[in-house]
Design a protein around this ligand. Sequence first.
Ligand SMILES: Cc1cc2nc3c(=O)[nH]c(=O)nc-3n(C[C@H](O)[C@H](O)[C@H](O)COP(=O)(O)OP(=O)(O)OC[C@H]3O[C@@H](n4cnc5c(N)ncnc54)[C@H](O)[C@@H]3O)c2cc1C
Length: 413
Amino acid sequence: MNEPASNDYDLIIVGAGMVGATLACALGGQGFRIALVEARQPEFDWPADSVDQRVSAITCASQKIFESIGAWPVMSEQRVSPYREMRVWDATGTGAIHFDSAELGEPLLGHIVENRVTLFALHKCLKSLETVSLLAPSSVTKLDIGSDKAQVELDDGRFLSASLVVAADGSRSKVRELAGIETTGWSYHQHGVVAHIVTSQDNQETAWQRFMPDGPLAFLPLSDGSSSIVWSTTPEHAETLLAMNETEFLDELQQAFGDRLGRMIKCGPRAAFPLHLQHAKTYTQPRIALLGDAAHTVHPLAGQGVNLGLADAASLAEVIVDARKQQQDIGRHKVLRRYERWRKGENLTMLSTMDGFKRLFGSTKPVMKWLRNTGLRLTNSTTPIKNLIMRQAMGMEGDLSRLARGQALDGEQ
Ligand SMILES: Cc1cc2nc3c(=O)[nH]c(=O)nc-3n(C[C@H](O)[C@H](O)[C@H](O)COP(=O)(O)OP(=O)(O)OC[C@H]3O[C@@H](n4cnc5c(N)ncnc54)[C@H](O)[C@@H]3O)c2cc1C
């Protein structure tokens, strides 16, 4: 990464989270001049024996994207944890479903990766790209859209201009707000409590999820046999869980999850995140594109949030590279609308499906309880439907970008 020679770029990407950094790697690798503006100073020092509180289930399609931009080998060197099976069951009935990658003839369903490992790898790739300038810590305070350039002002008074400004600045996106793009959505009145947990039995490379009336409790497998949990529950219960001492918390967790992984032995630091559904009314305007959580926020119950964002990044990169090939202005609304048409429907389908699941499994009405238990049993015994769900969850369905198919971004090499 270089210090900027001038303040004029092809793109300004706001937000160097997993999605913004992926887009910067993909387009930086194609020689685009990029200012990557990030509010926090990236920190990559952590004790060797510690585990990040935040992990993500990374689909096979996302893995391909990371491979294409050179991040995956660095992630693998650090720690990625494959999972081959997934077991989901209803706490209030007998319905259960078991997904096994072997049924699809695939070696695995995906990987659990600590978010800091992904960010470390992406930032390592960024460092090798001469046309990408990371400006951090720095935030955008003003946005002006002109006829052939967009201009942003940073909190240190600097002005930057570019053909396109990309909002990858998360669910409370400042760029989205400055562009006047509205969102629809609602709070789930749930918080996701996350922590690293050691159990007496190995996780069997299986993702476990128990649905309870207050929300799902997931155990995501790590390669050393331990697990990372996401416990979605009421905000009041989440507060109580955070206030408990370790013994009290492990007892409560044992009660909630049961003994499928033996005894709960040890727990790392805990944190809680409010959960909501949010969807931007539009992803694009002239010289503006939203992606990742800035465009959509989904319930974490199927671990799809960042995967949707990475698919956005790979699709937008492809649209931009193709536009440049045809000597089109990459900030033109006509160009950006290709990206929006590509991604919005697919994201909306996933948002609605996850919302439906959340409602179905959160209901205490007898008819809903019957429906979900019967549904789980039927789905479990109907191989084609089960396989389709697995392929969806692995990111193998839909209109995949070149990067997600493991091809060169410019479609040539
Ligand atoms: C409990 C929980 C569990 C989850 N588990 C999974 C999972 O298993 N799998 C999965 O796919 N997804 C999961 N998700 C969702 C996933 O974490 C998000 O979808 C993902 O982090 C979004 O990435 P992003 O880069 O779009 O946004 P963010 O991760 O929010 O990154 C935004 C970046 O922009 C920066 N920024 C913000 N404002 C500004 C500004 N004004 N100027 C400059 N920079 C700014 C921030 O510092 C940050 O670095 C989970 C979410 C939660 C809450």
